[in-house]
Unconditional design. Structure first.
Length: 110
């Protein structure tokens, strides 16, 4: 929240986007349609295929949603929240200066 307005963090890019609602309106919209309003579709897909998250885990998505290839196919897996947050922070940092439409190379590994 900033000055009474709820914002959403787009973790893959590090952007904050105003939802243009206060906390009360946010709560009402979440209760009305949580899957759509909170963008829970990927979690629903993961769960539909038998996936589960345990406490301390977050959903990992590859390739990240901000790359064009994610429109055709993504894979999901449960990973530790710490690992996911570290990945997202590093990814956002690395692409922060990349212009829209530019090509990037994703390397998997440590």
């Amino acid at each position: 929240m900033r000055r009474g307005v709820v914002y959403r963090l787009v973790a893959e890019t590090g952007e904050l986007k105003s939802l243009e609602v206060d906390l009360q309106e946010f709560d009402a919209k979440v209760r009305e349609n949580p899957v759509e309003y909170l963008s829970l579709g990927p979690l629903e897909e993961f769960r539909a295929t038998g996936g589960t998250l345990t406490p301390g885990q977050l959903l990992s998505v590859f390739p990240p949603f901000v790359v064009r290839e994610s429109a055709t196919e993504v894979s999901y897996r449960a990973i530790s929240a710490e690992e996911r947050i570290r990945f997202l922070a590093d990814f956002a940092r690395q692409i922060s200066e990349v212009p829209d439409g530019a090509q990037i190379e994703l390397r998997i590994g440590k």
